[in-house]
Design a protein around this ligand. Sequence first.
Ligand SMILES: NC(=O)c1ccc[n+]([C@@H]2O[C@H](COP(=O)([O-])OP(=O)(O)OC[C@H]3O[C@@H](n4cnc5c(N)ncnc54)[C@H](O)[C@@H]3O)[C@@H](O)[C@H]2O)c1
Length: 421
Amino acid sequence: MHSEKSTQTFERVCVVGLGYIGLPTAAFIASKGVHVTGVDVNSKFVESINQGEVPFFEPGFDVLLKRVVEEGYLVAQTEQVEADAYIVCVPTPFKEDHKVDTKFINSAVEAMAPHLRPGALVVLESTSPPGTTEDMANYILELRPDLSLDEDDENAIFVAHCPERVLPGQIMEEMENNDRVIGGLTPRGTQLAVELYGTFCTAELLQTNATTAEMAKLTENSFRDVNIAFANELSLISDRLGIDVWELIELANHHPRVNILQPGPGVGGHCIAVDPWFIVSSVPEEAKIIKMARDVNDGKPAWVIEQVKAALEGKESPTVAALGIAFKNDIDDLRESPSLNIVKTLGSENPEVDIRVVEPNVSDLPESLSAIPNLKKQELETAVHDADVVLLLVNHKEFVQMDTSLLEGKSVIDTKGIWRS
Ligand SMILES: NC(=O)c1ccc[n+]([C@@H]2O[C@H](COP(=O)([O-])OP(=O)(O)OC[C@H]3O[C@@H](n4cnc5c(N)ncnc54)[C@H](O)[C@@H]3O)[C@@H](O)[C@H]2O)c1
């Protein structure tokens, strides 16, 4: 199937930042016959994209990328160009104080400013604290005082926020079918952004203002974080009371209006463990539950480590099999992973303990672990066989399907509750 020929307002779109989010967004727009320039400061990414190769793992996406590149609708480069619309998909990490670091947005805008012309649309797609889209627009005006945000002005540009909510691994399905929240700084900004996302998104395009759109994304991830914190707190309470938290949750969830999530070793990844901080750092006085949820979830790894230490007591030259270091099941993503941090702390603080790490989704341990002498990567069966303590940290399918008779006679710490009989 060939890409459709564009008949719409946007003939040339520039997508800035070609990572997990920006590259699929660029390719989906290009597949509708819009000429897209994908821009990334990473020249290796640019090179591989122009050869039709996806620089990260995303099932099914390689076919689409190859097609739009071969047809000439998507071209990657390191420099920005003049375009009808820009979509900014650069990272938005936080700093030590949990406030957003806007250095990537700022550098993207600095490179964009000379190319901007009146009438252009600039969409910030990066997850951002309330007010960031407006700050970005003001920075553009600082760099280009000849432009304006006043819709009635002939030099007006239009600015909007449209956060992304796709799940990596399901991008081919979700990029087109997820509802989007779109908020402009002005009504025309919202309208133009709706038109732009309407080129490839077939779901509902929900219109609001920029600050509400920013908060919508942060609210979604805070909702998840708070609910996981509730489950994690229940796991501590249950341990103290000597009851099985998994049974407790299962029973409570039989109530028709109760749906408690599952506890675990903590919360990781670059979204749920990060985004709530953007609310907390914006309105610390009011965001009490959100802050406490972050603290509960961030405190869980230390509790798991105490459990392991208790299990090791009295054992001479003990061996621990640590199963899983990814931040969630069946992926290779180690960003902000509580499991990785648990293993790292256990290894570095207990040099007498021999730690065997099992992670079926990565070929080599990250440097932060491989530098620890008493820690090495091993296959599942051997690691479990040799272990005194088996520490289950991630519910990867290999662990769920494992023959549990291998666990007989071992101390088992199952942070995901997968081996309950
Ligand atoms: N990955 C996800 O699952 C996900 C989901 C929803 C929202 N988000 C948000 O989307 C944004 C992007 O996330 P991602 O996962 O795609 O990040 P990523 O790190 O995979 O990609 C970002 C890309 O931007 C490039 N970049 C940085 N500065 C640049 C600049 N000045 N000009 C051009 N390119 C530049 C980097 O080289 C990198 O390739 C973040 O705000 C993130 O929070 C991510």
